[in-house]
Design a protein around this ligand. Structure first.
Ligand code: ATP
Length: 137
């Protein structure tokens, strides 16, 4: 069964949207197999977002993702990687369709509430960064 890494970012946690995000994934039929509230260290933030290193927004992204607790999760289900990205919506919340999480709750790209892996390769990498194998139930 396919797995994906989903994270409610610091803005989503501050706005008390953890439960809402979980509910959207549960209602769709996906299964949460790991979840934890945590603060992302500088090292983990750099590793997680290493594809963006050198871009103009990288410093802001590092500051933001380490600014407060996140809720990190692993979800499982058929085509869950693409399915999750449809539930989350486009990167820029102004372009995200209403009915998606970013479309309903976000305004700007640098505060877009939720992260979801974009491929099988990134989901494996990101799950491995945030969870030990025995934490997946
Ligand atoms: P995420 O990886 O968080 O799920 P994404 O895959 O939709 O987002 P990416 O292009 O991978 O989008 O960008 C990663 C994150 O970097 C975005 O979610 C956003 O927080 C930030 N970001 C991307 N582009 C910009 C930008 N132009 N200005 C500010 N922040 C940006």
């Amino acid at each position: 069964m396919q797995k994906t890494f989903i994270m409610v970012k610091p803005d989503g946690v501050q706005r008390n949207l953890i439960g809402h995000v979980i509910q959207r994934f549960e209602r769709k039929g996906f299964q949460m197999i790991a979840g934890k509230l945590m603060v992302v260290s500088d090292e983990l933030a750099k590793e997680h977002y290493k594809e963006h290193e050198g871009k103009s927004f990288f410093g802001d992204l590092m500051g933001f993702i380490t600014s407060g607790p996140v809720f990190a999760m692993v979800w499982e289900g058929t085509n869950v990687i693409d399915g999750a990205r449809h539930i989350i919506g486009a990167t820029n919340p102004l372009e995200a369709t209403p009915g998606t999480i970013r479309g309903d709750f976000g305004i700007v790209t640098h505060r877009n509430l939720v992260h979801g892996s974009d491929s099988e390769e990134s989901s494996k990498r990101e799950i491995g960064l945030f969870f030990a194998p025995e934490q997946l139930v």
